[in-house]
Design a binder for this molecule. Structure first.
Ligand code: SF4
Length: 126
């Protein structure tokens, strides 16, 4: 049975990215989802805007709606697509883990950054 995941993205990035890669990587079980296999996205919400406090209650909402795993997107933790990670990512992760319980799985990214993909391509060619 597919794992149910809830995804939290950066509100500031909504104008730049519709989250296509997050959905693809989750449904194909790639990137951060690889250890889980193919996943079903049961919710896709933003952090609620800076400084990200709303991400904590939104993570709880995703869990309450059936998410077995919560993932913070790569726009938050890796700064995709413009190389600008969230300055509050560490605090957000700690607060979400404290709220959901330390045993509840929280993924720290969704897919590799463009730079990581390029480096992997070049390593494969070498
Ligand atoms: S708190 Fe971080 S993740 Fe949320 S909108 Fe601001 S920069 Fe983006």
């Amino acid at each position: 049975m597919k794992k149910k995941v809830g995804i939290i993205r950066c509100q500031q990035t909504e104008d730049l990215c519709p989250g296509t890669k997050d959905f693809c990587y989750a449904s194909e079980g790639k990137g951060a989802f690889e250890p889980l296999g193919t996943c079903e996205v049961v919710g896709f919400v933003s952090c609620g805007g800076c400084p990200g406090k709303r991400a904590v209650t939104r993570a709880q909402m995703l869990k309450d709606r059936g998410a077995e795993v919560v993932a913070l997107t790569s726009c938050i933790t890796k700064g995709t697509p413009i190389g600008f990670p969230c300055p509050n990512k560490g605090m957000m992760l700690r607060a979400i883990r404290a709220r959901l319980g330390e045993d509840f799985p929280v993924l720290e990214y969704t897919h590799p950054s463009a730079a990581e993909l390029k480096a992997a391509e070049e390593a494969a060619k070498a």
